[in-house]
Design a protein around this ligand. Structure first.
Ligand code: PMT
Length: 402
């Protein structure tokens, strides 16, 4: 069974006779190294007591969406952020319908909406309910949203019917959850990622910068840490919290980012330059605020050092990945521009995005990219940056020497 070491699994239990098997699921997840927190629907408490699941998980069981005591300890949003994956087992027909409709009437459905982590359900219900067109339609909608469906299996059911609808066995479910993670695909590796914009001072109150929010780079750092890497994030000024399990170094200017990157590159296996580094900085930084006087003003600029090129030029270079922010789409030379950067900067891979599209790229939660290698390219359509980051990390992990 693959490892779940350091993984945090939120187990959602909904109302169905198979709820008794959730006790065993907790054990199997813990055996694989995971920490488990349990959220139950009210219907689930008719089938198994919260006390049993609390004793087995070693954590308080969460039941209420609006519970002042629970909110003080861990709010529903914190729980959603805590989870590396959410597993709903058993998932009743009713809960599946709620999930498919995007409802948020109770704690568990709210968590599912709030979380950006992988979500898996293990359906369990009577065979007629499972076969029903309504349920099948809901399952297809969930599948289309990237939700993983584990089972169900066929066999004799608690009601005496025979057919599909039995929840998969706990050990199989635990194994499928472990398979969701590229567990350890970067274990033992050091990954350095640059993120966000840089600010190039003009005077004490003004600077040159750009629209990067850092979302893409932070998502990559989160995904690299999740894949087991020792992860260092070198970040320009952004409004994002440092991801868990990541060492974040805050910098302001391109020169500071360059210094931090070259200090961290020693022993690094993978370097990803997602930062939008200012290409130029003012030659002179005025010590005093520049007074408004003449109608025109000229600022002389000088080129900043190229961070990713400097990393790629090292003798013992890490696998080096650059981004290409282009105002061009796939039909308009995106690949050609990206390949130009791949060659000029001597990179192993370039991830190109069209930053003229306001729905992706800068400051958006989503991105669509073209992954460009020397001979080939692969297009990844618009998707949430967290999901994209996991896909990119999985792809890159396969490419770097073990
Ligand atoms: O931060 P977000 O709001 O989530 O937006 C994400 C993003 C659009 C910033 C990101 O997806 C992206 O495209 N990052 C690269 C931005 C960029 O500066 O691209 P570029 O084509 O100008 O530079 C090419 C590569 O050289 C990049 O890897 C860049 O980090 C690197 N570079 C550039 C200049 C410099 N002085 N040093 C560098 O390392």
């Amino acid at each position: 069974m693959p490892s779940l070491a350091n993984k945090r699994i939120l187990l959602g239990v909904t109302g169905g006779i198979a709820a008794y098997k959730s006790a065993e699921i907790i054990r199997r997840l813990q055996d694989a190294g995971a920490s488990v927190q349990v959220v139950m629907t009210h219907a689930a408490t008719q089938f198994i007591t919260p006390l049993t699941l609390q004793a087995l998980s070693g954590n308080p069981v969460h039941l209420e969406l609006l519970d002042t005591d629970a909110e003080a300890a861990m709010s529903h949003i914190e729980l959603a952020r805590w989870a590396d994956a959410i597993l709903i087992a058993p998932a009743s027909a009713d809960f599946i319908a709620k999930l498919a409709n995007g409802e948020a009437g109770d704690l568990l459905s709210t968590l599912c909406l709030a979380s950006r982590s992988p979500l898996a359900i293990a359906p369990a219900m009577n065979q007629g309910m499972w076969r029903n067109a309504g349920t099948q339609h809901n399952i297809e909608r969930l599948r289309g949203r990237g939700i993983h469906i584990f089972g169900p299996t066929e066999g004799t059911q608690a009601c005496g019917d025979v057919g599909p609808g039995r929840m998969s066995e706990p050990e199989d479910i635990a194994e499928l959850i472990a398979d969701l993670f590229e567990t350890g695909s970067l274990a033992g590796k050091k990954v350095v990622i640059t993120a966000g914009p840089t600010r190039e001072a003009i005077d004490p109150v003004r600077y040159i910068s750009n629209h990067s929010s850092g979302k893409m780079g932070y998502a990559l750092a989160e995904a690299a840490a999740e894949a087991g890497a020792e992860t260092v994030l070198i970040s320009g000024p952004v409004n994002l919290a440092s991801p868990d399990r990541v060492t974040t170094i805050s910098v302001t200017s391109a020169q500071e980012m360059y210094d931090a990157a070259l200090a961290e590159v020693e022993g690094c296996h993978l370097f990803i330059a997602s930062a939008a580094v200012a290409d130029y900085r003012p030659v002179q930084v005025s010590e005093q605020k520049i007074k408004k006087s003449a109608d025109n003003m000229t600022i002389e600029l000088v080129k900043n050092p190229d961070i990713v090129s400097a990393v790629a030029a090292r003798q013992n270079r890490p696998f080096t990945v650059g981004f290409a922010a282009e105002t061009a789409n796939v039909d308009d030379g995106l690949e050609r521009h990206a390949r130009g950067k791949l060659e000029r900067k001597n990179l192993d891979l370039v991830i190109a995005n069209d930053v003229s599209d306001r729905t992706i790229g800068f400051n958006s939660d989503d991105n669509a990219v073209l992954v460009v290698e020397m001979q080939t390219s692969e297009s990844i359509p618009k998707i949430n940056k967290s999901i994209l980051a996991r896909q990119l990390i999985a792809k890159i992990a396969d490419m770097i020497p073990s």
